[in-house]
Design a protein. Sequence first.
Length: 145
Amino acid sequence: MGAVAYKADYYGWTQEQARLLHEHRLGEIDLANIVEELESMGASERNEFAHRLEILLMHLLKWRYQPDYPYRRSWMLTIIEQRKRIAARLRKSPSLKHHALEELVDAYDVAKVAAERETGLPESTFPVECPWTFGQVTDSDFMPE
């Protein structure tokens, strides 16, 4: 197969490349596209990690700045779920933790906008920078009050 098959039949290409690798037929593999796919897979893992942080931070902001909201139980369940999803992602890809601070900063910026949209509170309600550490955000015993 090769580059043409890569674009024409992605699944077939993956199976052929796996078979070639298993058979140690390295001269026949589509190296350029395999490298591209591996880089894409890594970026996808990091993007998923960042997305989970965004959702978690948005709900922590809503929890902290709308304490009288009647449906807070739903927020609590989302916080628990996202913490579990982040923990699972870090267990499967522990090197993502090396990017935790950078992703926390970026995710917080997105979370503020999302929290503003969902609460109706002005963005100025929320701190400019994330008020919590990555450890606090992912700690199952931590809730901002």
